[in-house]
Design a protein around this ligand. Structure first.
Ligand code: HEC
Ligand code: HEC
Length: 449
């Protein structure tokens, strides 16, 4: 045990450094227009062509009431109907509009195909259309963001501790988020939504029906239960037969062994082991990913994460909002009543945060968690499950990683920052990921069912 202490302390300290780096960098961060999600020229031109071809004008969708259930339908059939066809007299959307049968999500490629087939597909209305026209939910007309990044405008209620600097009376904020897959989550995950804000599948479905589908008729408790059961009991909501068997009481799935040398090397990042201190310099690569992606769903911390959090914790900051490679607009938040307000020279209990999406912090009302070295609130998100990951691109809460290769590249940057003893100073990072490491990680991720 003793050998562990020094490097773990180093990691904690460097994680603290990284938080400082993130916070001070925030002060200079401005929304970089034209340098974000819409920056790729080829993508910009092809989407412009697609949009021009379709000549899509403003859309008005007339609410239609679906026929009520027939007594002969079984509960599963009725659950399926509610998930796939019921619009609740709203904007024409159903759950399946955003959670497809094949992947449980929507990728930019899916969106582009659907736009070609039908530019009035309800995916593109409301929070699936381009930026805010004042109501926090999109302009209802333009579709470039959906076609390029497949993100949704999520309007999140602010915690009582939180206000917006530029609009102090606002009680909601709009952020851009990808659609998490409905693979495995309904059956296994008690933590729902990317920030964990929904307590049950029923409240989650009620929220989706109100916010995404703009329901104009009330939803019954029975309907919410049928939707929950359908998601928990139907094969297509599992990434593999092994996961389905696990939900039915079978054994938890283990890590695939890997066949090629690359897959076997990639596996080492996911084994529940501490860093290797046998060489002259500590090697943080063994067990690096499993410190957060452990357990049957690979979505919880293990005993080797060097932070003061219980094993099985579910929220962490892996610097996706901090790096903001999407160039999403950065929002100025003020967090009040903060016990951690010890660094800005003005201990008034207020901490300002500048972030495109502070994630979990909007729910907990806590900023400055780098002071407690927990990193589970500010810019923290639910630790994603990794089963079936090869089928559910794009990745991260803002869809900033289009491919698993992009994910590996992100972690290479993350590694370089959190293991850098003097932050942006002259000393190099203790460890980096090589090109081969990144290939090995991707090879192994592709094996996960
Ligand atoms: C407009 C697209 C859209 C529609 C329609 C939609 N969802 Fe979602 N769903 C999302 C997004 C985006 C999130 C994540 C939002 C967040 O975390 O803030 C999500 C999250 C979820 C989650 C939680 C996943 C997780 O990993 O925690 C479940 C379960 C879910 N939706 C089920 C449903 C059901 C059931 C319906 C229909 C009643 C539905 N969704 C309709 C976009 C949609
Ligand atoms: C400190 C905890 C932590 C570590 C270490 C970690 N992850 Fe993650 N991982 C997360 C969190 C939290 C998210 C969600 C982040 C977000 O969306 O902002 C995530 C998301 C992901 C995703 C995206 C999943 C999706 O559906 O969008 C992949 C893939 C992934 N991690 C793989 C890895 C790999 C590979 C490693 C090791 C190189 C690793 N992670 C190390 C916490 C961690």
């Amino acid at each position: 045990m003793r050998r562990l202490y020094v490097p773990l302390a180093v990691l904690c300290t460097v994680m603290l450094f990284s938080a400082y780096a993130g916070v001070s960098a925030h002060d200079n961060t401005q929304p970089r227009r034209g340098d974000g999600w819409f920056k790729n020229r080829h993508m910009r031109e092809s989407i412009a062509a697609l949009v021009a071809q379709q000549r899509r004008g403003p859309v008005t969708i007339t609410p239609t009431l679906n026929a009520g259930p027939s007594a002969a339908l079984t509960a599963t059939q009725e659950g399926r109907r509610l998930f796939e066809h019921e619009t609740f007299a709203g904007n024409g959307r159903t759950c399946k509009t955003c959670h497809s049968s094949e992947t449980g999500t929507v990728s930019p490629q899916d969106a582009q195909l659907r736009f070609k087939q039908n530019p009035h597909d309800p995916l593109f209305v409301h929070d699936g259309s381009d930026d805010d026209d004042g109501d926090g939910f999109g302009d209802g007309v333009h579709v470039t963001r959906m076609l390029d990044r497949a993100t949704i405008l999520m309007r999140i209620q602010l915690h009582p501790n939180v206000t917006l600097k530029n609009d102090p009376s606002a009680r909601f904020v709009t952020v851009r988020r990808g659609i998490p897959t409905t693979f495995n989550t309904p059956a296994f995950d008690p933590v729902l939504m990317l920030d964990g804000r929904q307590p049950t599948l029923e409240s989650q479905a009620q929220g989706a029906i109100t916010d995404h589908a703009q329901a104009t008729r009330p939803v019954s408790g029975t309907e919410l239960t049928l939707i929950r059961n359908f998601q928990q009991q139907t094969a297509r909501f599992f990434s593999s037969d092994a996961l389905r068997a696990f939900a039915a009481g079978g054994p938890p799935p283990g890590l695939p062994l890997g066949r090629t040398a690359s897959e076997k090397r990639g596996r080492k990042f996911f084994e529940d082991v501490p860093p290797d201190f046998s060489g002259p310099a500590p090697d943080f690569r063994p067990g690096f990913c499993s410190s957060c992606h452990s357990g049957p769903l690979m979505n919880q911390t293990n005993v080797f994460l060097p932070l003061p959090l219980p094993v099985g914790s579910r929220f962490q900051n892996v610097l996706v909002s901090d790096f903001n490679v999407m160039g999403n607009p950065v929002i100025d938040f003020v967090f009040h009543n903060q016990a951690n307000d010890v660094f800005d020279g003005n201990p008034d209990g207020n901490i300002e945060i500048h972030s495109p999406d502070p994630g979990r912090a909007l729910i907990t009302g806590i900023a400055g968690d780098f002071v407690t070295a927990t990193f589970d609130s500010e810019n923290a998100f639910k630790i994603s499950p990794l089963r079936g990951i090869r089928n559910t691109a794009p990745y991260f809460h803002d869809n900033s990683a289009r491919t698993l290769e992009d994910v590996a590249e992100h972690y290479s940057q993350f590694f370089a920052v959190v293991l850098d003893p003097d932050g942006p100073g002259p000393a190099p990072s203790i460890q980096t990921l090589s090109e081969q490491d990144k290939k090995d990680i991707v090879a192994f991720l592709k094996l996960l069912d």
